[in-house]
Design a protein around this ligand. Structure first.
Ligand code: ZN
Ligand code: ZN
Ligand code: ZN
Length: 358
């Protein structure tokens, strides 16, 4: 919390207002349910952190890992919690606020009588607090990735033919839990032409011979996320599939080899995109190359054109190029990687060779 307040000052802010989110979990270890009542951690340089909480949540906040490190300021129903926060802020100053803070609270803070301070979304102020992972976080991400790898290896040994996408997705979710996940976040199973839709919702389509199947799934281990994609094929693939698969695999490998400290994030995207464009499929790679991962499935750094932020050791993100041919099939290969002192290391090690399923 002290470091976050310092970083806010370096970003030209007088402090940070953190509402329930992954940032609040990260900073104070507090994870309250999203409520209409205001909960807000107020961090100011030179002052102790204050956690503004509804009175009825006070004991819960006190018992959380960071409960003893903050001063708790309770408020009761009928009182104005926004006024309570405003009294801690200095007019004329700017404060960072959690990107996902409910508008109802952010606006109420700003609109109060005499409020003459600015609120800036934390990400716009360049405050990606969780972007560099420490050893403990990398360990949890590694465990999550290893569990996802084993779930893939096990699902790849099952029979796909004759089962619906939804049934395969349900099996996959069970395997993730068996392989050490505390919860399952998503299980995308896109077969045949459905594989051309990157975020396809698994449904009633029955998988059959000749179907490519994109599997993209993840969950949480100790709060930290997994996210892996592999594309398999039921028996012999359709025309062009092998060629497209090799293009994506090569793009993924080239992107991975681009990663090292100091390289702008967008260079990793450019490496993957270049390989796919060279094969004449650039138009069919319809999304960015990757996203950071940690307490959230998607968080900075984003591996996307225009992101000049240099990569640094401890950053964790996905490398997931894909090619999507509408009406035919899609291919995506995704690993989570961690930036090391001199390059990068993959946390996912499930085979990337084309796997044929029954
Ligand atoms: Zn996605
Ligand atoms: Zn994914
Ligand atoms: Zn992903």
């Amino acid at each position: 919390m002290a470091e976050a307040a310092e970083r806010a000052v370096e970003a030209g802010l007088a402090g940070l207002l953190v509402t329930p989110s992954a940032d609040l979990v990260y900073l104070a270890g507090y994870d309250p349910p999203p409520l209409e009542r205001l909960t807000c951690l107020v961090l100011r340089a030179g002052s102790d952190p204050v956690l503004v909480v509804p009175e009825l949540e006070k004991l819960r906040a006190q018992g959380s890992p960071g409960g003893r490190l903050v001063e708790l300021a309770g408020w009761r129903d009928g009182e104005d919690p926004h006024e309570l926060v405003r009294r801690m802020l200095t007019n004329g100053a700017s404060y960072g606020i959690t990107d996902t803070a409910p508008a109802v609270h952010a606006l109420a803070l700003r609109e109060g009588p005499g409020a003459r301070f600015e609120l800036v979304p934390a990400s716009r102020a360049g405050l990606a607090l969780r972007v560099t992972k420490d050893a403990e976080e990398i360990e949890l991400l590694s465990r999550a990735a290893a569990g996802a790898d084993r779930a893939f290896e096990r699902i790849a040994e099952t029979t796909f033919t004759g089962r619906t996408e939804a049934q395969i997705a349900a099996t996959l979710g069970g395997l993730l839990r068996e392989e050490g996940h505390d919860s399952v976040a998503f299980t995308i199973v896109g077969s045949g032409s459905n594989a051309a839709s990157p975020h396809h919702e698994p449904g009633g389509r029955v998988v059959g011979p000749g179907d490519p199947v994109v599997l993209d799934f993840g969950g949480r281990v100790g709060g930290y996320c997994s996210d892996i994609s592999r594309t398999v094929c039921v028996g012999a693939p359709p025309p062009r599939f092998h060629e497209v698969y090799e293009v994506v695999r090569r793009a993924q490998e080239l992107a991975f080899r681009t990663i090292r400290p100091g390289v702008p994030a967008e260079d990793v995207d450019r490496a993957a995109r270049g390989a796919i464009e060279a094969a004449g499929l650039g138009e069919r790679f319809v999304h960015r190359t990757g996203h950071g991962i940690g307490l959230e499935e998607h968080e900075p750094p984003y591996i996307v054109a225009g992101n000049r932020e240099p990569l640094g050791p401890g950053m964790c993100f996905s490398v997931e190029p894909g090619v999507y041919l509408e009406g035919e099939f899609g291919v995506r290969i995704e690993d989570i990687v961690v930036v090391t002192e001199d390059g990068a290391r993959r946390l996912n090690e499930a085979p990337r060779d084309l796997h044929t399923v029954a």
